[in-house]
Every structure is written in structure tokens, then in C-alpha cells.
Design a protein around this ligand. Structure first.
Ligand code: DC
Length: 223
């Protein structure tokens, strides 16, 4: 079975997808980390983010890889492990810009489909159910209120020792949502056959259980 989990920024996709993959002993694939690695490289080399061909060429000439190390997923830009650098505010905003470029998405699509050919993957992103794996057996659209998503991010940053402004975070998330939903190529939207899971007020474990139930039901109906 392949499982696609899509949804807006901060809905808890990666935490939940990782846990679901762990429970089912599936491979977890974080497609957002691939866009983030490219965004990191654009930022790091101080290249013009608004120039699609420069960004697209950068991806063509380099290698983005997801590697599992000690049970954790790491993302590499060529030989550099960029995992701990890709979650900053700057890289997040850059990631949503590079993800709006058609020529970048075309390349990512090829890489991501290749990763899923082995089967038994849980892949999370924005366009997995609609474009990358339209035939996925289970499609989940994970969401939560904007206030709750900002609050979760605020707590996450605080746990890492970074004090931030909640209202500012809310604005940033809103901006990213808008860009991800309004872009021309593969915008963020719920696939027609996806199950909507609104996680507002739910704990991570409750969300994981709900998704496992949906998977179980799908498994039963296909056997
Ligand atoms: O899931 P994330 O926040 O790590 O994703 C970073 C950015 O990449 C996000 O703004 C949207 C984009 N993205 C995308 O367009 N398609 C995907 N499949 C995954 C991420």
C-alpha cells in the first residue's frame, strides 16, 4: 500500500506521517524536505530566488537525497547533510517560492515517484494525492485551524530555545498557505478521493490512530 498525506503548513503532517510509517513498518518520505534542501542551496549560494531558470538549473546540476540514519530521516544536498538548517523562517519562505516553479516541480515529481516505486511508503507533501501518487491506496488531507498551527509551531520553536511572536508566526503561515494554494502548478488542494482529517484539538496519537483506522478499513475492503 502507498499512503499520501497532504495538507497546509504546520498541520503536523511530518510528525504524524513518521509515526504512521513506524507503526506499519513502511518507509517515510518527506517531500517538503526536498524542496527545503533546494531552497537552502539557493539561500546559501545567494542566488536570485525570483529567477526560475537559475533555481531549476541548480537542482538539475546537483543531487537531493533522503537518507535514513539511526531511525531518522536526513536530507542531503550532494554530500552535505542539510537536515538541521532547512527549518529556518528564511528557508521555509524560500521553499514555498522554489515549489511554485513548474520546472522545479517536474524534476521533483520524477525523483519522488522513483522513491515510491518500492511500495509501502508514507509520503507527505502538498500534491502527493493529486499529482505525485494519484493512485495511492490511502489519501489523507490533514488540516487544523491557523491559530492552532501557529501555536504548535510556536511551542516547537520554544522547545528548541527560540522565543517568537505568535502573531508573526500566524502571518508567516498564512502567507505560505496562500502561495502554496494559489500557485499555478500543482497547488495545494484536497484530492477528491482524500479523507479530510481536521486535527484541531486532537493529540498526535489520536491523529495517528485515526489514520491507522482509515488504512485498516482500506486494507479490508481491498482484500
Ligand atoms: O511540508 P513543508 O513545510 O516542509 O514544505 C515546504 C514547502 O515546500 C511548502 O511551502 C510547500 C512546498 N511543498 C510542495 O509544494 N509540495 C510538496 N509535495 C511538499 C512541499
Amino acid at each position: 500500500m502507498n499512503i499520501a498525506i497532504d495538507g497546509p503548513a504546520g498541520a503536523g503532517k511530518s510528525t504524524v506521517a513518521q509515526k504512521v510509517a513506524g507503526q506499519l513498518e513502511y518507509v517515510y518520505i518527506d517531500t517538503g524536505a526536498m524542496y527545503r534542501a533546494l531552497a537552502w542551496a539557493v539561500h546559501h549560494h545567494q542566488l536570485p530566488i525570483s529567477d526560475e531558470s537559475t533555481v531549476s538549473e541548480l537542482l538539475q546540476k546537483n543531487k537531493v537525497q533522503l537518507v535514513r540514519e539511526n531511525g531518522q530521516q536526513h536530507v542531503y544536498w550532494n554530500e552535505i547533510d542539510v537536515t538541521s538548517w532547512i527549518r529556518s523562517t528564511e528557508v521555509s519562505q524560500y521553499a514555498s517560492i522554489v515549489a511554485s516553479y513548474g520546472s522545479v516541480r517536474e524534476q521533483m515529481l520524477v525523483l519522488q515517484r522513483r522513491l515510491a516505486t518500492q511500495g509501502n511508503v508514507v509520503m507527505d507533501g502538498r500534491d502527493i494525492g493529486t499529482h505525485v501518487l494519484p493512485d495511492a491506496d490511502v489519501k489523507i488531507f490533514l488540516t487544523a485551524s491557523i491559530q492552532e498551527r501557529a501555536e504548535r509551531r510556536w511551542k516547537e520553536l520554544l522547545a528548541k530555545g527560540t522565543q517568537t511572536d505568535l502573531a508573526e508566526l500566524e502571518k508567516e503561515i498564512e502567507e505560505r498557505d496562500r502561495r502554496d494554494m494559489q500557485r499555478e502548478v500543482a497547488p495545494l488542494r484536497q484530492a477528491e478521493d482524500a479523507v479530510l482529517v481536521d486535527t484541531t484539538g486532537m493529540t498526535i496519537d489520536q491523529v495517528v490512530d485515526r489514520i491507522l483506522q482509515i488504512c485498516e478499513r482500506t486494507g479490508e475492503s481491498t482484500h
